[in-house]
Design a protein around this ligand. Structure first.
Ligand code: PMT
Length: 411
């Protein structure tokens, strides 16, 4: 794997030589690109020695550009990794500004980009940095970390760069779609977002799902090389690249679209918040107000997840359980009743689960469970897909697995 390793000006740059070693141990070829401020923290001489290649830092270095121009470097990279990534470089990438070699490569590359943020915890939690993080994640840029703990400034909090080994392991998992993904050649169908159940031509019943969790899962599966069909309720999110998206409105529409897409699917993941009930009749005209109260008659919607799990040739089926109480108990009940392979239990309420960028979950299966603490939905989705792939191959037979080892973030 060819990695352009960008190093920016933070104290965590002292870990860069170790990171280069970890990446090279896994067989990567590294081209280091330093910003001017990175040179305040770590010497090019040390980095040249460990990477085995002259360091690049200046966009206007005629000799280096003649050997390999910034555009050639951007094309050469299978992954662009920036570690440490300062708040400043995150902001520059968001804005599209490219005043130096590193940000120019970020604009010019079509390879996955990963950033390992490292900064003081107040800077990390600053709304500007968090807004930039959200934009970067929406654009498909991978945010690796940061970790929580004691910082160089002597304070405690989120903002530490992850350890080099953890960054190296994560980066090697980003090569999906290049013939090395965990789900290469597999078909994955994902439902996401809410449904809308019409009352009359202008009103409907819905819920607070934003689609972020389901879209994150669909993107993570695509990044692992799967052919993904994303069946989406009405949401306000950009279309993720590299997958097929089918837009639906009601639970009935989602049921039909899912059963059309499910043929030949290996894995089905139901992250949508599908209505359990819909109005028994849809009024043809806008309902006028007459009486002080009115009653709406509701009918049960078809359960998409249970119907897929009941198919003769059912794919490996993963449901979600959105609960406000008794999380594990209710989720295990759904796992058994709907005859699922796995269920992802997440707490929902005013300040968790729905319509947020982060989430925590416990995954349950017959005979086991695994918890994931609060992280961005993008990172949680990545972890869920790795776990799903591991269990899918365990059930369907390891001989069907692509020939690569599963590297976990904790490796
Ligand atoms: O979209 P976000 O804002 O990112 O929020 C994410 C989420 C909270 C919506 C998501 O993480 C989640 O929990 N999705 C499932 C929501 C849900 O409907 O949970 P449930 O416990 O009511 O349903 C259990 C399972 O049955 C779910 O997999 C659901 O998709 C499925 N179901 C439910 C009803 C129905 N008629 N058909 C179904 O397939």
């Amino acid at each position: 794997m060819n990695i352009v390793l960008g190093i920016t000006g933070g104290i965590a740059a002292y870990k860069a030589p170790d990171l280069v070693r970890r990446l090279r141990e896994r067989g990567a070829e590294i081209q280091i690109v330093m910003t001017a401020s990175a040179e305040e923290f770590v010497t090019g001489t040390a980095l040249q020695a460990v990477s085995g290649k002259p360091i690049r830092s200046n966009l206007w270095d005629k000799e280096a550009e003649a050997a390999m121009s910034h555009i050639e470097l951007a094309r050469w990279a299978d992954v662009v990794l920036i570690a440490p990534a300062t708040a400043e470089v995150m902001a520059r990438i968001v804005s599209g500004a490219a005043p130096d070699l590193l940000t120019t490569i970020c604009l010019a590359t079509e390879a996955p980009i990963a950033l390992a943020p490292a900064m003081n915890h107040v800077m990390w939690n600053n709304p500007a940095t968090q807004a930039n993080r959200a934009v970067l994640e929406e654009r498909g840029i991978h945010i690796v970390g940061p970790g929580i703990g004691s910082q160089a400034c002597g304070e405690e909090g989120a903002g530490r760069m992850l350890e080099p080994d953890a960054i190296a392991a994560t980066v090697f998992n980003l090569t999906g779609g290049k013939g090395q993904g965990l789900l290469e050649g597999r078909k994955v169908v994902v439902t996401a977002g809410p449904t809308r159940e019409a009352i009359d031509p202008v009103r409907y019943i819905t819920n607070r799902s934003s689609g972020k969790m389901g879209y994150g899962i669909a993107s993570a599966a695509a990044a692992q090389g799967a052919d993904v069909v994303l069946i989406s309720g009405p949401v306000n999110l950009p279309e993720p690249p590299g997958l097929e998206i089918i837009r639906v409105e009601s639970a009935k529409d989602m049921f039909v679209a899912t059963h059309e897409a499910i043929r030949g699917a290996d894995i089905f993941i139901a992250a949508a918040a599908v209505a359990d009930y819909r109005p028994s009749a849809i009024a043809n005209q806008k309902i006028k107000k007459h009486d002080e109260s009115m009653t709406l008659q509701l009918t049960r919607c078809p359960d998409i997840l249970a119907s897929v799990a009941a198919l003769d040739a059912a794919p490996f089926t993963i449901g979600f359980a959105a609960e406000t109480e008794k999380l594990a108990e209710y989720a295990r009940g759904k796992l058994e009743k709907k005859k699922l392979d796995m269920i992802v239990a997440n707490r929902v309420g005013q300040d968790c689960g729905f319509d947020r960028d982060d989430n925590a979950a416990t995954v349950l299966w017959n005979g086991g469970e695994r918890s994931f603490p609060t992280s961005s939905k993008v990172e949680l989705a990545r972890n869920l897909i790795e776990l799903a792939a591991e269990h899918f191959y365990a059930v369907r037979g390891p001989e069907t697995q692509p020939r690569l080892s599963i590297i976990s973030n904790n490796d």
